[in-house]
Design a protein around this ligand. Structure first.
Ligand code: SF4
Length: 118
């Protein structure tokens, strides 16, 4: 079986073809221009992940919210639940870039960190 993907690891957006055997294991990856595309395609077939960006409410800050991101990609299937958790969260000012806003979100091992000061 073949799967076609567009690599999202950089703006070039290479068209990648993944050949899978009957067990769903990756046999080959073609069309990628670099090693990152190979890694992206294999991860996408086994445990797809995505980085998260959003905002979290701030109490007592100059702005009502602070931008945040996941410190590493989270499992794609948990994105919606992670967003709900982020939407429920509130942090007290002051907030500095890199501060952990949510530690180990939903047991994924990934922290949600601030990407600006507030
Ligand atoms: S394969 Fe490499 S060059 Fe192509 S989109 Fe992915 S990261 Fe970019």
């Amino acid at each position: 079986m073949q799967k076609n993907l567009i690599c999202i690891a950089c703006p070039r957006g290479c068209y990648i073809t993944v050949d899978l055997n009957d067990s769903g294991e990756v046999v080959s990856v073609t069309g990628n221009t670099c090693k990152r595309g190979d890694t992206y395609a294999r991860t996408e077939m086994t445990n797809p992940t995505r980085s998260l960006t959003s905002t979290v409410k701030v109490e007592g800050g100059a702005h009502p919210v602070v931008p945040v991101k996941s410190a590493a990609p989270v499992p794609k299937g948990m994105l919606f639940e992670c967003m709900k958790e982020i939407n429920r969260a509130t942090i007290k000012a002051p907030v500095k870039i890199g501060d952990k806003v949510i530690e180990n979100i939903l047991g994924t091992g990934v922290d949600i960190v601030a990407t600006n000061n507030c």
